[in-house]
Each structure stands twice: as C-alpha cells, then as structure tokens.
Ligand binder design. Structure first.
Ligand code: C2E
Ligand code: CA
Ligand code: CA
Ligand code: CA
Length: 279
C-alpha cells in the first residue's frame, strides 16, 4: 500500500520484484550451501601493536560454492539473518571455530583467542549459551579463549532475552566484544549495562584518522574511557603505516587490518604464526 505513496510505482515494482527474486535465490543458495558444507571460515589475525605479535584471530565466514566461487558475507549474511538461516550457519561457525582454536592451542600453545561474530538471532535463542558450553567441552577449550562479537546496533535493539544470554555466556567464562563501535550512537555509559570485555572501534574512524581531527579525538576518548570501564580496545581496518602510527598515538594497543594481514585460510594462518614465531 505504501508503494503508491512513492508515486511512479511502475518504476519501483520491477525493482522490488527483482529484489525479491534475488532474496529467494540467495535463500536457496544458503540452503544448498548448508547442505553441501560449502562454508569456510577465514581467519584475520589480531596484533599487539607494540611488538606486532599475533594475539588472536577473528573468524570470518565465506561461502565457497562449486559453481559461483567464493562469496563474501556481504552477499548472503543479510538474507541469512532475515530467514533465520543464520542460526544453523552460526552453529557451523561455532563448531568449526572451536575445532580450529583447539588445534591452534595444541600446536602453538595457549595464548591465542578466537573471536566469532554472533547475530542477534543467535543471541535471542535461549539455548545459545548451552551450545557454546557443549562445544567448549567437546574440544576441551577454556571458554575464556572464545570471544563473541556483537555489533553495537544489535545491542541497542537488544531484548531482555539477549542480555540474559550474554550473562550466561559471561558465567561460562566467554569474553564478550562490542563490534563496529562508534557507528550506533550509543554512549559508553550505556554500555555498562552489558557485561562486555572488548570494544572494537569501527573501521570508519580509522580510515581517515590522519586527516580527521575529530575522529582522532574520538578514538583517543574511546581508549581512555575504555580504560576506566576496564574494556580492551581493538582497532579494526588498519590499512596503512600512517594509520598504525596514528592509532598508536591515540593509545590503541591492539589492531587488525589489511596492513597486517587479510583474512586467511586456516593453513595460511598457521604459516603466518609459524613464521612470526621464528622472528
Ligand atoms: P565485521 O565483523 O566488522 O568484520 C570486518 C570486515 O572488514 C570483514 O569483512 C573483513 O574482511 C574486513 N576487513 C578487515 N580488515 C580490513 C581492512 O583493513 N580494510 C577493509 N576495507 N576491510 C577490512 P567480511 O569478511 O566481508 O565480513 C563482513 C561482515 O560480515 C562482518 O563485519 C560481520 O558483520 C559479518 N560476518 C562475517 N562472518 C560472520 C559470521 O560468521 N557470522 C555472522 N553473524 N556474521 C559474520
Ligand atoms: Ca601491548
Ligand atoms: Ca566482527
Ligand atoms: Ca567490525
């Protein structure tokens, strides 16, 4: 009914139809990929900016389709959210990530943490914390090496159920991280109502940090307030040496981004750790 209000419906309707068609196609692609196990978890290392050692990784999903090739989450994650398929997808990510982390712990010792992105649908599922506990047990993983990332905008639209699940995850010993911080217009004091451990400063602030004095001041303020709130800060999207220098000047201690490494397949990530160990 709203479509008429926009006038020129003849222009918009085919576009809407195309979008619907695309959605339906993506949905069946997702089902096919879940069935055929076409997903792959890539890992982007997180670095200590002082000594440039790898302290952790973020798991980032890819779809590796036999006909369509490699697809980034931007091509399917929204539809996965809308259709609820993000729940089985998230289960796969959790299982695969935990399995990989356990292997790293065996091979490289115990100090790497793994961050996984969690959608609000998963967080609203009363059984989610139980699933995490089961997977940690299965792979003998200390829950404290698992970081669950929740975007700032998801937190702002939180339900009591999501907060309850976060508390359960905390009780298990998992670390909780707020992702894309700075884009959702929430205040740091608002964040206090959630049991958070890590705050990730959104890439948008890093992108122009050298030229944009306001962003520089904001990053500095976020860092110092995070100290007061006892949150660790990770800066994402570091692409250049200049940006690295600049975020360090603002007090940032941890970072990830193309300057250090793109997201890697597990085997390449292993190589990266091995070569950094021999430095
Ligand atoms: P995100 O969690 O904010 O992840 C960071 C994104 O920035 C990743 O894109 C990463 O590849 C990209 N990136 C990393 N360093 C740089 C850099 O220096 N410059 C630039 N321009 N980009 C950089 P990706 O892998 O395409 O993922 C996009 C989003 O999809 C993620 O954003 C996350 O919200 C979502 N996502 C990825 N994997 C999962 C998953 O397993 N579950 C859920 N629910 N969402 C996921
Ligand atoms: Ca340090
Ligand atoms: Ca993330
Ligand atoms: Ca992010």
């Amino acid at each position: 009914a709203k479509a008429e209000g926009r006038g020129r419906a003849c222009v918009f309707v085919p576009e809407d139809e195309q979008r619907t068609l695309q959605r339906v196609n993506t949905e069946s692609l997702l089902r096919e990929a879940l069935e055929g196990q076409y997903f792959e978890l890539y890992y982007q290392p997180v670095f200590d900016l002082d000594d440039q050692r790898i302290v952790g990784a973020e798991g980032l999903i890819r779809m590796n389709h036999p006909q369509k090739g490699l697809l980034a989450p931007g091509d399917f994650i929204d539809v996965a959210e809308e259709t609820g398929l993000i729940v089985p997808l998230g289960e796969w990510v959790l299982e695969e990530g935990a399995r990989q982390l356990a292997q790293w712990h065996q091979e490289f010792g115990c100090d790497i943490t793994l961050s996984l992105n969690v959608s609000s649908k998963q967080l609203q599922n009363a059984r989610f914390a139980g699933r995490v506990a089961t997977v940690c047990e299965k792979y003998s993983l200390p829950a404290g090496h698992l970081v669950l990332e929740i975007t700032e905008s998801m937190l702002m639209h939180n339900s009591d159920q999501a907060l309850e699940v976060m508390k359960q995850l905390k009780q298990l010993g998992c670390l909780l991280s707020i992702d894309d911080f700075g884009t959702g217009f929430s205040s740091l004091s608002y964040l206090q109502k959630f049991p958070l451990d890590v705050l990730k400063i959104d890439r948008a602030f890093v992108m122009d940090i050298e030229a944009n004095e306001t962003h520089r001041a904001l990053v500095k303020a976020i860092v110092s307030m995070s100290e007061a709130l006892k949150l660790r800060v990770i800066t994402e999207g570091v692409e250049t040496e200049g940006q690295l220098r600049c975020i360090r000047q603002q007090g940032c201690e941890l970072g990830q981004g193309y300057y250090f490494s793109r997201p890697l397949k597990a085997a390449a990530f292993n190589e990266r750790i091995r070569s950094s160990e021999t430095l």
